[in-house]
Design a protein around this ligand. Structure first.
Ligand code: 3PG
Length: 403
């Protein structure tokens, strides 16, 4: 497959000062804030190894401003060191402290800048020309020879650190980005059915929109829902009360969308039929009529079995996000059963999102799944056939480099 952008194969980076944007947004333990899943960091190590003869400055985000996983990148730097890289962290993004550190980076070393989302302008999404004017880009780009973007997981975000540098520096894709585009392009080119989407986890606003698009284009034959996104739809059809929507951001808006989708596609969207709740610190199975306001932390056994059966009959199965409150071992059952079915199913399987990929790894299923994607929203966006903004930006940069 001919890629529309340039990769590390097309440029000379030895001895050069290279800015690399990666997606090492990790899941954290909500209480201790310790990283619980470093799979995205591990995934980018091939790119970093290839750059071992360059001076590497690494830029990334963690969480979103105001979210509980919005933390510094110090822990990520420690993980990079444990993985064998000479990595240091600077608590700055584009101020003097960062600029001095950038100028002093030696060949074979990696300097990790502070979480880019600590710069307010980073959350703005706008066309490439506009975000390239943000100070993060204007202050930093003169210090670099090359921009490598390996942040596939954030490739749908038109933000300064993702696409802004592509307008002002020679820019190529890293190995994660390259592999994801190659594999996912092949997968979506296959017109196989039944095509099953299994969605769980949070980021409900993004997911509800993607479900709408995938159903409108007739790609998905069934959408199986668990996690917070499943909770939303159970509220929308009146199975459980509105109070369960408290953790969902923008609840009223997404509730309206979920209701509309249920009206149009009630035969395609498959919701949990029973629940696992937490009572006295323990997992208790119950019907929705008996849920009694208790924390709904996983799909129940009956639902897990039904989801498993549907997945085993698929020709293509995509799974993204856990079915339950993954951080507590007793509530991993639904996710584990979904993964077992995905591994058993004789079909094309793609698993995305950090939690589920980490679980697949723990269960030793990696070689039974067609592709483990580092993307969450980016992978889902790709499935809708919409070109990712980063792909467009890298394509434009490639044309400029050839001109
Ligand atoms: C992800 O976790 O999907 C990516 O890191 C993008 O994060 P975002 O949805 O906060 O932009």
């Amino acid at each position: 497959m001919k890629l529309p952008f340039k990769t590390l194969d097309d440029v000379d980076y030895a001895g050069k000062r290279v800015l690399i944007r990666v997606d090492m947004n990790c899941s954290l333990n909500p209480e201790t804030k310790v990283i619980t899943n470093d799979s995205r960091i591990v995934a980018m190590t091939p790119t970093l190894r290839e750059l071992s003869k360059s001076k590497v400055i690494l830029m990334a985000h963690q969480g979103r401003p105001g979210s509980e996983d919005f933390i510094s990148l110090e822990q990520h730097t420690v993980i990079l060191r444990k993985l064998g890289f000479k990595a240091t962290f600077v608590d700055d993004i584009f101020g003097n402290k960062a600029k001095n550190a950038i100028q002093n980076v030696e060949v074979g070393h990696i300097l990790v800048l502070q979480n880019v989302r600590m710069f307010e302008g980073e959350m703005k999404q706008a066309p490439v020309e506009e975000v390239s004017q943000e100070p993060i880009v204007q202050e930093l780009y003169p210090l670099f020879d090359l921009f490598v973007n390996d942040a596939f997981g954030a490739a749908h975000r038109s933000q300064a650190s993702i696409v802004g540098f592509t307008a002002v520096l020679p820019s190529v894709a890293g190995r994660v980005m390259e592999k994801e585009i190659r594999v996912l392009s092949k997968v979506i080119a296959e017109e196989l059915h039944p095509w099953i989407l299994v969605l769980g986890g949070s980021k409900v606003k993004d997911k509800v929109k993607i479900i709408g698009k995938l159903l409108a284009m007739g790609r998905a034959d069934n959408v199986l829902l668990g996690g917070l996104i499943g909770t939303l739809f159970l509220i929308a059809n009146g199975t459980i009360p509105n109070e369960y929507g408290a953790p969902i951001k923008g609840f009223q808006e997404v509730l309206g969308i979920a209701k509309e989708l249920l009206e149009k596609y009630s035969d395609v969207i498959i919701l949990p039929e029973d629940a696992a709740v937490e009572r006295d610190g323990k997992r208790v199975e119950c019907e929705f009529g008996e849920i009694a306001g208790d924390p709904f932390l996983d799909i129940g056994y009956k639902t897990a079995k039904k989801f498993g059966k549907t997945i085993r009959g698929a020709k293509v199965a995509f799974a993204n996000g856990p079915m339950g409150y993954f951080e507590k071992e007793e509530f991993t059952h639904g996710t584990v059963e979904v993964l077992k079915a995905i591994a058993d199913c004789n079909c094309i399987t793609v698993v995305g999102g950090g939690h589920v990929s980490a679980m697949a790894q723990r269960m030793g299923l990696l070689n039974k799944i067609t592709h483990i994607s580092t993307g969450g929203g980016a992978t889902m966006g790709f499935l809708t056939g919409k070109q990712l903004v980063l792909v467009d930006a890298l394509e434009a940069a490639a044309k400029r480099m050839d001109a």
